[in-house]
Design a protein around this ligand. Structure first.
Ligand code: G16
Length: 535
């Protein structure tokens, strides 16, 4: 059967819902799950085309990550294990929005023609999903899309997003890439990194957000115990996904997650999000209810310190010219940025929100440390740097440990599970507990709010999302609100994962940060088409 006919025939069960206009956002497509069957089918076609174009394996992860359980979404994986290359996002939007089966068939034909893809050919697509009940049905729709181009997908079932990225990366490198291989690689490298150091001597409590991180951390936990790391998992699926728990809840509300009421202040705790690609450390504060956060900025600082410690221990000046960079977004706390500038001697870059931008920037360094304040990030090592470490590893423990770190910390994408191991190893190697980590600097008080507007695309930002270009007049009004607020800073941007405009404000006191966030939210509501009552 000719390709357009195959698409026409297979797409009939997956019509685009009337009025639905999916848009590829910060990390793929997201919406209420019931709307997404056509989007998944079309993403199946897209990633099969990407596999045929590259003659390699690509991936599709069905997840809406930190969003509520009735939502779902899709993250698309390049053969490198990274997120779909940005040049193909236009194809994703074109296919996802084709109004009829005939338009879709024409769009697919156009894509194959422009990219010079002659189907069928080698390659396949790995498909996984998180714990949302809508996952298996949406995965089946994606699989039907893959089959349209003559490829047979591999259904991987329940995985964290970073596990799927890791598997795609490893498969394309011809390396062992099963789930058991993931656990063995991480646990083995962790054991090497902490060999000869004292265990931190306390159980690590993990809030699993009632998501896919729970069974996956449970599978890994037994392999960490011999190296002195004991995990106790909470919110393992007995409650609502991301409901009153998880890293996003902690970061936005700074309240203790559910099931942490009885945990003593000072205890080392951490939280992942619904697909386990974000990580937030925390500890209960005295007085009940509130948490002290160790966010992505602080994880980035700790990671950079570990990297710099190891590099400075390399033999014969091998560490002298190594370029270490830290990549952040506008959400990075001002105190963290000041600390990095004054103490770490690393390059610092700011990109727009979205791992795809930070990841790209991190590639420009020998060692690129990137974390969003929300805990999404990793540490990337260049091929040349790793080759140099391979040569030195026989004579240098520091080089061998840097290689181990590159295994512990997922090289494909931000990964909360590997992030936990990196943080634990970094603390343990320094003999630090949370107090020493907290003492590095004090976060400026900050507040994040969401504002509903009629069309969030009406807000256009510039300068890595730190300034508003449209609607005109809004930036001047924000500047006026910030002026005179001690250490005040605020910016607004349209979310790429939720139908809201996000507002961020920080200042010298919590009251001032709250007041500034409120004022800026009112400005957005007034000048950018706010919906409902003003905040
Ligand atoms: C995704 C992206 C992150 C981004 C977050 C929020 O996270 O992968 O890079 O920070 O969305 O994006 P926005 O502010 O545009 O809604 P996740 O964990 O939801 O996949």
């Amino acid at each position: 059967m000719a390709l357009p006919e195959a698409v026409l025939a297979a797409s009939r069960p997956y019509p685009l819902p009337a009025g639905f206009r999916p848009s590829y956002g910060t990390a793929g497509f997201r919406a209420v799950a019931d709307l997404l069957h056509s989007t998944m089918f079309r993403c199946g076609i897209l990633m099969a085309a990407r596999a045929l174009k590259t003659r390699q394996i690509t991936g599709i992860c069905i997840t809406a990550s930190h969003n509520p359980a009735p939502d779902n979404g899709v993250k698309l994986v390049e053969p490198s294990g990274e997120m779909l290359c940005q040049e193909w996002e236009a194809y994703a939007n074109e296919l996802a929005n084709a109004g009829s089966d005939a338009e879709l068939a024409a769009a697919v034909e156009g894509l194959l023609g422009r990219e010079g893809i002659a189907a069928p050919g080698p390659g396949t697509v790995l498909i996984a999903h998180d714990t949302r009940p809508s996952g298996p049905g949406l995965a089946a729709a994606a699989a039907a899309g893959v089959r349209c181009l003559g490829l047979e997908p591999e259904m991987c079932g329940l995985l964290t997003t970073p596990q799927l990225h890791w598997m795609v990366m490893r498969r394309n490198r011809g390396k062992a890439a099963g789930e058991a291989d993931y656990y063995a690689a991480l646990a083995g490298a962790y054991a090497q990194l902490v060999a000869g150091t004292q265990p931190l001597g306390q159980t690590l409590y993990v809030d699993c957000a009632n998501g896919v991180g729970a069974p996956k951390l449970a599978a890994l936990a037994g392999q960490l115990a011999p190296a002195g790391l004991t995990l106790e998992l909470r919110n393992t699926g007995d409650g609502v996904l991301n409901g009153g728990c998880g890293s996003d809840f902690l970061q936005k509300d700074r309240q203790l997650p559910s099931q942490f009421e009885g945990v003593a202040p000072g205890t080392r705790c951490c939280a992942v999000d619904g697909d386990a690609d974000r990580l937030m450390y925390f500890t209960p504060l005295e007085g009940g209810g509130k948490a002290l956060l160790f966010d992505g900025d602080r994880i980035a600082v700790l990671a950079a310190m570990l990297v710099k410690d190891l590099i400075s221990a390399l033999p014969g000046g091998a560490g002298a010219d190594v370029r270490v960079g830290i990549i952040q977004t506008a959400y990075a706390n001002g105190a963290a940025s000041d600390y990095i500038r004054d103490n770490l001697g690393c390059g610092v870059e700011v990109t727009p929100t979205g791992v795809k931008y930070l990841h790209e920037a991190a590639h420009r360094y020998d060692v690129g440390v990137y974390f969003e304040a929300n805990g999404h990030g990793t540490v990337l090592f260049s091929k040349a740097f790793l080759a140099q470490m391979q040569q030195l590893a026989g004579e240098s423990k520091a080089a061998a440990d840097l290689l181990a770190l590159s295994v512990v910390i997922n090289q494909a994408v931000g990964d909360a599970i590997s992030g936990i191991l990196m943080v634990e190893a970094a603390l343990r190697r320094r003999g630090w507990g949370l107090p020493q980590w907290a003492a590095l600097y004090t976060d400026l008080p900050s507040r994040q709010l969401k504002v509903k507007v009629a069309d969030r695309a009406a807000i256009v930002t510039t300068d890595a999302e730190t300034r508003v270009a449209e609607p005109r007049g809004l930036q001047a009004a924000i500047d006026a609100a910030v002026a005179g607020v001690p250490r005040g800073r605020s910016f607004v941007r349209p979310s790429g994962t939720e139908d809201v405009v996000r507002v961020y404000a920080e200042a010298e006191s919590q009251e001032a940060a709250d007041a500034l966030a409120d004022a800026v939210a009112r400005l957005v509501h007034a000048k950018a088409g706010g919906v409902g009552p003003a905040p």
